[in-house]
Design a protein around this ligand. Structure first.
Ligand SMILES: Nc1nc2c(ncn2[C@@H]2O[C@H](COP(=O)(O)OP(=O)(O)OP(=O)(O)O)[C@@H](O)[C@H]2O)c(=O)[nH]1
Ligand SMILES: [Mg+2]
Length: 308
């Protein structure tokens, strides 16, 4: 597919789906830079993250969203709102599904919401690099939700994808440029994201902790940057506070002799030095705060403060 004419196009495209389907991975591949953190733990992304793609055809502002899920605390509500809010507010939606997983309750819930949207929709059949996938099931599922066959659907396209390997991402961009309206760039053409720097830094630390944690602990972790300032030479001092919900979690996050926290800190520092292009001295402290996921002032401190 090619654009109808050579006019410059621009618009917002939201990437939605249940947790862990590969939304953030796809965003990073499309933009060509690591913007959103990625992990194998569901509910990694906690707020909207914009990644901007620009080429001579136009500019696409992708909005990565938290995976829609069935949780009930205030952070869950914030995350789900951050996702559903985009659905009625963008020029196009990529509804991403993980074809290696069975269709479940969460999928029904999201699809029912998406069936109501008016803008063009792309069903992104993700993770096709894994042989054992359920592509036909997902197609029939969407046909059932919409009550018509995919051939008859207007403003709709199916795109099998691997966000991780970059399979068909060019096709996806072609389809998007076809759907987007004519318009000027929404951001300066060399911008790739507008995520606040402290939030990006806190997320990198959280990603490294996720890498080393198992079970429920990741969901109990919150990271906030308390202080950032240059110190001797060109070194940047970064002080991070890590919230957990229980004393036992604090002990796990710190590890024997501090080994887990040291390891996460050193992984994070390596990435932060690349991001900030300078030496980083990272100090991490862990604080137990019961039920912080339900505490508005802490959620605000962590940057999760709208629509709850
Ligand atoms: N095989 C394969 N794995 C993928 C692909 N895309 C993402 N993954 C993996 O799937 C897991 C989840 O990826 P994310 O990008 O964090 O998923 P997400 O949808 O943003 O998840 P939440 O932020 O929790 O909603 C990670 O382990 C990724 O490496 C893909 O195309 N193929
Ligand atoms: Mg994500």
């Amino acid at each position: 597919m090619t654009t109808k004419n050579n006019s410059y196009r621009s618009g917002m495209v939201s990437i939605v789906g249940r947790p862990n389907v590969g939304k953030s991975t796809l965003l990073n591949t499309l933009v060509g830079e690591k913007i959103a953190i990625v992990s194998k733990i569901p509910q990694t992304t906690r707020n909207q993250i914009r990644g901007i793609y620009t080429d001579p055809r136009g500019q696409i502002v992708f909005v990565d969203t938290p995976g829609l899920h069935l949780g009930r605390d205030k952070l869950d509500r914030f995350m789900n709102n951050a996702s559903t809010d985009t659905m009625h507010d963008v020029d196009c939606i990529i509804y991403l599904v993980d074809t290696t997983r069975r269709i479940g309750q969460e999928e029904n819930h999201i699809a029912a919401e998406l069936a109501k949207v008016k803008c063009p929709l792309i069903l992104g059949l993700n993770k096709i690099d894994i042989k054992k996938n359920n592509v036909p099931e997902y197609i029939s599922f969407w046909e059932e939700i919409k009550g018509q066959s995919v051939q008859d659907m207007k403003n709709f396209m199916l795109v099998p994808l691997s966000g991780e390997k970059g399979t068909n991402t060019d096709t996806l961009l072609n389809v998007l440029f076809d759907y987007l309206p004519e318009g000027p760039p929404l951001y300066p053409e060399d911008t790739v994201t507008d995520i606040p720097q402290k939030m990006a830094i806190a997320d990198i630390i959280r990603e490294k902790l996720f890498l080393l944690m198992k079970d429920e602990i990741p969901h109990s972790l919150g990271v906030v940057i308390e202080e950032m300032r240059p110190i001797k030479g060109k070194t940047q001092l970064i002080k991070a506070l890590i919230f957990v919900e229980k004393q036992t979690q604090k002990e796990i996050v710190i590890g024997k002799g501090g080994n887990i926290l040291k390891k996460a800190g050193s992984f994070a520092r390596e990435e932060l030095e690349i991001l900030l292009e300078q030496k980083v001295y990272l100090e991490c402290h862990v604080k137990t705060q019961k039920n912080w996921r339900d505490n508005i002032s802490i959620l605000q401190e962590l940057g999760y403060d709208q629509n709850i």
